[in-house]
Design a protein around this ligand. Structure first.
Ligand code: GLC
Length: 654
């Protein structure tokens, strides 16, 4: 093996012995593939580990342990998945392809148990779905569990949903239809009942330093002084007193989220290796996309807001390199709901590209869509989106209108000030508007976690409720219902064509309204995010093909958006999105160009009256290039393309 480049990178960790072990464990063909990947990714891995642990240890041994962990997983990788690895290595940007379109749902709320899911795959196929994100399904603690984000065992499925075998069967059933399965990995914390947490409490040396506890309030107060509370109403601060901590003396355990979610201590490299083992094990069950939950919080630093620290990025880079070694078909999606400047780095966009997550939620687009709808104007969106850094070419956004969480108003003071607005006042307006307290608001959302101290709040509610559909439906307001549907379609028309993988949130395709059944469940009632996590309404779904019904109209539009999108190569990932100024601030306009295709221009009029787009600003595209519009053929007046109230238009060169 002498002379291979991975011998020459200067990392003495990769010894001849390791190379020989790789070939013995995996055979010549797989072994050579593994070593070639190692060759590519070792510098990233080593640099990442060095930056997190280099000060306290020589990372050579750690690097070798980590690579051996990946080797063990590679040796157990089922043949079917090795074939998928082959395909994905030939086509590493598979997730940027046009057919990739996602759907997000809770298993039980969508279909019952995992075993019932395969029979619902046809429904997903009708919407063009090729990527299914099943919300948390690993074994959670009993009682309150933050919607499954408090895991007690990463290798078991919540028994109410089925077994790990069922999950593997779902993954296989999807794969045979060219669909990929995505699940959550809760990296930042475990449930306090998890074996690691219990071992740590009991003083088991295998788990020492897996979590963090302080004997008194000195350090917790110092950290809390600069770290915002995630759930200020019922879980203020980031620490919870635990009597049994610190050998029974009691201590303040780090709990960024709810008191039963204990933060893992990634300063201990054994934690990283333990989590790596869980992720690799799940990858071998057929999971192709991991939604990496709450990644900004992985590293704590005194005097900061406790988010987006360089080490959190390094940890993700190390995990990415290691998981790619053993399961190269797998990709990561970062759940980092942070400000625009902090978002792009989760896609590896640092001063130099460092592979980190292949996908990340385009939180900024989502917030701007809702802000534009409330103000009936798109200027803030144009500025905020226009000044975001481009993302690395091998990565993509996932775009979305709603998800299972509340909407936090990531409107930066800088962007607001550029319009002469006050950021705080605008965020407050959005809360008032979407909670329905603003005079003339069409929305029926609710405030989530209002913070009496600083006046902050976020918003809960389904898309249909926030778009005015619920209110109009209940009051029998036909014109209001029409506007509500137009709003929903408008938001989805931007989201499907802005660039990236679109994620449809279950129920939006049928305009499902807020669900109030959670109020009767003692484990859920205190968390109003459950109002926008509805149960699937299959009788309503029966009406989806009837265009005379609300469900039929919305479902039909989402089908049309999906199929038109699949025909526009410029909407493929890996191309840039440029914001356009079309001379009317009410219109959001953007252009996409892929190196191998013509241009695409999207137009969305957020106003409830007619607006226009200057034809001279559309890069040569015009009325005749329309491929999909909310209101049929476009009209032109003078040099202006006329855009009816709450309308959209997609223009594309062949
Ligand atoms: C993520 C989830 C959210 C959960 C939190 C803690 O932000 O999306 O639902 O409460 O992580 O796990």
């Amino acid at each position: 093996m002498r002379g291979r480049s991975w011998d020459r990178v200067g990392c003495d960790v990769v010894q001849q012995q390791l190379a020989a072990d790789v070939l013995t464990a995996l055979g010549r063909s797989e072994g050579t593939a593994f070593l070639s990947r190692l060759d590519l990714r070792l510098p990233d891995l080593r640099a990442a580990l060095e930056s997190v642990y280099g000060e306290k240890m020589d990372v050579t041994g750690l690097c070798e342990r980590a690579v051996r962990c990946a080797l063990a997983a590679a040796a157990e990788r089922p043949e079917e998945l090795q074939l998928l690895d082959r395909r994905r290595e030939v086509d590493p940007e598979w997730f940027q392809r046009l057919p990739v379109q996602g759907y997000v749902c809770y298993t039980e709320r969508f279909c019952g148990r995992l075993a019932d899911l395969p029979e619902r795959v046809d429904y997903l196929a009708e919407l063009g779905i090729t990527y299914l994100h099943l919300m948390p399904l690993l074994q959670p603690r009993l009682g309150e569990n933050d919607g499954g984000y408090a895991v007690t065992d990463y290798r078991a499925v919540d028994p109410r949903l089925g077994t790990m075998r069922d999950l593997e069967e779902v993954a296989t059933a999807l794969r045979t239809r060219d669909m990929s399965l995505c699940i959550d990995v809760v990296l930042n914390h475990t449930a306090r009942e998890h074996q690691w947490a219990q071992g740590w409490l009991a003083g088991d040396p295998a788990y020492s330093d897996f979590y963090t506890a302080f004997p008194d309030r000195t350090m917790p107060d110092a950290y809390d002084a600069t770290t915002p509370s995630v759930f200020p109403d019922r879980a203020p601060g980031s620490f919870t007193w635990v009597d049994a901590a610190l050998d029974g003396a009691g201590g303040w355990v780090w709990t960024t989220f709810w008191p039963y979610q204990w933060d893992l201590n990634y300063a201990n490299p054994d934690v990283l290796l333990a989590m790596l083992g869980e992720v690799l094990w799940l990858a071998n069950r057929g999971i192709e996309i991991f939604r990496m939950d709450a990644v900004p919080f992985l590293w704590k630093r005194l005097g900061t807001n406790g988010m987006n620290q360089p080490e959190a990025h390094s940890i993700m880079q190390a995990l990415n390199a290691l998981v790619r070694l053993a399961a190269p078909a797998t990709i990561f999606k970062a759940e980092a709901i942070v400000s625009p400047e902090d978002l792009v780095p989760y896609l590896g966009g640092h001063d130099r590209y460092r592979p980190e997550c292949e996908l990340a939620y385009h939180n900024q687009l989502m917030v701007m869509l809702w802000s534009s709808l409330a103000t009936k104007d798109a200027e803030l969106a144009r500025r905020a989106l226009g000044r975001m850094d481009p993302i690395p070419p091998g990565t993509s956004w996932v775009t979305y209108v709603r998800c299972h969480d509340d909407i936090g108003w990531a409107v930066s003071d800088t962007d607001a000030a550029s319009l002469g607005w006050n950021g705080y006042t605008h965020r407050r307006f959005l809360n008032d508007f979407y909670s329905g307290r603003y005079d003339g608001s069409f929305a029926r959302g609710a405030l989530f976690q209002p913070n009496d101290i600083n006046g902050d709040a976020r918003i809960s509610g389904t898309t249909a409720a926030l778009c005015g559909i619920e209110d109009a439906f209940d009051t029998g307001d036909t014109a209001g219902l029409e506007r509500g549907v137009r709003r929903l379609v408008l938001l989805y028309s931007v989201m499907y064509a802005f660039g990236g993988v679109p994620l449809l949130y279950m129920g939006d395709e049928l305009a499902l309204r807020n669900d109030r059944t959670y109020l009767a469940d003692p484990a859920l009632w205190a968390d109003n995010r459950w109002m926008h996590r509805p149960w699937m309404d299959w009788p309503a779904a029966e009406r989806r093909l009837d265009p005379a019904t609300l469900e039929g109209r919305v479902f039909g539009w989402l089908q049309r958006l999906g199929s038109a999108r699949r025909g526009v190569p410029a909407l493929r990932g890996g191309a840039d999105t440029a914001l356009l100024d079309v001379g009317d601030s009410r219109v959001l306009a953007w252009r996409r160009r892929h190196p191998r295709t013509g241009s695409f221009v999207g137009l969305a009029n957020f106003a409830e009256d007619e607006a226009g787009a200057d034809l001279g600003a559309l890069g040569g595209l015009g009325r005749d290039d329309a491929i999909l519009c909310s209101d049929g053929a476009l009209a032109v007046y003078d040099t202006w393309l006329r855009l009816p109230p709450l309308s959209f238009a997609w223009l594309a060169e062949p």
